[in-house]
Ligand binder design. Sequence first.
Ligand SMILES: Cc1cc2nc3c(=O)[nH]c(=O)nc-3n(C[C@H](O)[C@H](O)[C@H](O)COP(=O)(O)OP(=O)(O)OC[C@H]3O[C@@H](n4cnc5c(N)ncnc54)[C@H](O)[C@@H]3O)c2cc1C
Length: 397
Amino acid sequence: MKNHYQIVIIGGGNAGISVAAQLLRKNRKLDIAIVDAADKHYYQPAWTLVGGGAFDIQETVREEAEVMPKGVSWLKTKATGFDPESNKVLLEDGELGYDYLIVSPGIQLNWSAIKGLPETLGKNNVCSNYSFETAPYTYECLKNFKGGKAIFHNPSTPVKCGGAPHKIMYLAADYFRKNGLLPKADIQYWSGAGKLFAVPHYEKTLLNVCKRSNIKLNFNVNLTEIDGPNKKATFVGFGEDNKDQVYEVEFDMIHVTPPQSAPDFVRTSPLANAAGWVDVDKGTLRHVRYGNIFSLGDAAGLPISKTGAAIRKQAPVLVQNIIDVMNGQQPSAQYLGYTSCPLVTGYGKLVLAEFDYNNTPMETFPFDQSKERWTMYQLKKQVLPRMYWSAILKGLA
Ligand SMILES: Cc1cc2nc3c(=O)[nH]c(=O)nc-3n(C[C@H](O)[C@H](O)[C@H](O)COP(=O)(O)OP(=O)(O)OC[C@H]3O[C@@H](n4cnc5c(N)ncnc54)[C@H](O)[C@@H]3O)c2cc1C
């Protein structure tokens, strides 16, 4: 194995593979290595539909080898730290030198931050769409539900796809409606955020969706413990009105979103900002202290909702800027903070939220995207997964 590459990319997920493919389309001669120990590559955005029984989980996974761009050296190992002063990445089994570094190892799921969760997840009607292994069990919980309390949780930490914790709640409500169970369902949202959705333009539609299914909303609470066998969840308040208030909530089913953070090996490294994410300029995606380091995707310290859709706009900016820097110039491209959240509001219904750093809508279509639409649901279910495997990962979109 070579121990030095022109460009080293940490993480071969959505971000790492897209950016490598785009770089090679610009210049076939680039000497690029991707460091990633994973055997499998996942299309995670479809896990919401999997949890709702509307998508086959097997369609969301491929071999990592299959998505690796031709011409890239894949180093099947884990990064454990960074030594940016010496232009080195520390690996599980050695170290690796680089001229340029792209950091894209995604976000870390901290399941054990909730007491009792690892032991009960995947049984006792405790489910989560946040992993390949557990997403199908969400649909089992919907099918097992005969009425009672259905709880949907959102942590107070940043999460990937800020809409995912509540999208599954709207699908569940629609599932209960279709099966005549809605009148017997007490659906509750318990969230560590202060509101349902950050962008008022879309939040107004979501509030109506909650109203039509009589969903009760609770904000500024943290889920601290789950007792699966006794079907009890403990939340603790932290808002002005409910500080330290303890809520013991019984449930018939609960969907949990794990608290999330920057990966530990990033958080504790010289690359991190105060919150642990890779400390990049929010316009150029270049590190603020190390000029030959860039970052994109969920691990990047950008004040936006962490999504694959955001990566689609970040990747070409990063590619242009790294090439500029390699040519001795200043970065010329700017990322405006575009992100998107396809908010599934029921079977065949979706609000396509698209917005920038200022939460100002940045919409693609010439109609009001705050309305629920069948066409946008088809975009999520039929078009985007195909586009992911055949164009985004190939550097074509
Ligand atoms: C339930 C759910 C619903 C979602 N819905 C949507 C949606 O509707 N629309 C949307 O746009 N996005 C959605 N997302 C978010 C989207 O999937 C992520 O934002 C995207 O995958 C992030 O890409 P990434 O490359 O940063 O991280 P990932 O794609 O997670 O890839 C990270 C890669 O880094 C590797 N890695 C980790 N640690 C190391 C290490 N130490 N060394 C080397 N490699 C490492 C991993 O093995 C992995 O391959 C959703 C996510 C979930 C879970």
